[in-house]
Design a protein around this ligand. Sequence first.
Ligand code: FPP
Length: 246
Amino acid sequence: MLFKKKKNVHKLDMQRIPQHIGIIMDGNGRWAKKHNLPRTMGHKKGAEVLEKIVEYCNDIGVKAITAYAFSTENWKRPKEEVDALMDLLYEYLLQAEEKFSGKNVVLKIIGDREPLRDDIKEAMLHAEEITKNNTGIILNMAVNYGGRREIEYAVKKVIEDVKNGKSDTDDINEEYLSDKMYTYGLPELDLIIRPSGELRLSNFMLWQAAYAEFWFSEINWPDFTPKHMEQAIIDFQSRNRRLGGV
Ligand code: FPP
């Protein structure tokens, strides 16, 4: 008699869904090259994929996603690519109402907005305003974001507080600094996902990554599907997170 070996198929444990997932959306350029398309098409496809992933994560109860859309170092790219990324971002923000309200997504943007175009800055404020009363997942978009820049920003805020007599040097601790980060109020970052085969943080969430789990994959971001996200979460759930304990 032939016995079929039962596969050890793991399922999502709905009681242990990560609260906050960071995504480095990498591999857009390589995806485009593979399909003989301009790099900007890779970014466009990447933006569409993000929407599907946010929807999936919202359905399973993830509280927040921080997506790395543009880093403080990305200005070094050719002007046409930077412009195309900014245009894509602008369009995305303009469509925020139709994209996110029906899906109950709260859009937040983190990063240094100062050098961005005025129309983008306005669209950011508007998109945040019209989605702020939604009650579902928070899509935290990192634009002109750098982990070091964020720490610099937080330190300056702390110094202001001390100068203004709001707090004393003795009050400054990890918790105090955490409250000055762009991610103030968001749950702890549990999981960081980086596709496309690169194994580094690239200045992403340096402070928040302290106890995050990492999930890397060879797949390029535009090919990333909810199935990959599910696998990343299943792997996350199999890890033994001791958070410094034994
Ligand atoms: C890295 O891939 C990706 C970026 C620098 C930009 C990510 C941006 C998006 C996915 C678009 C998001 C925008 C909105 C509006 C949601 P890469 O270009 O470095 O790829 P490569 O390493 O294959 O060249």
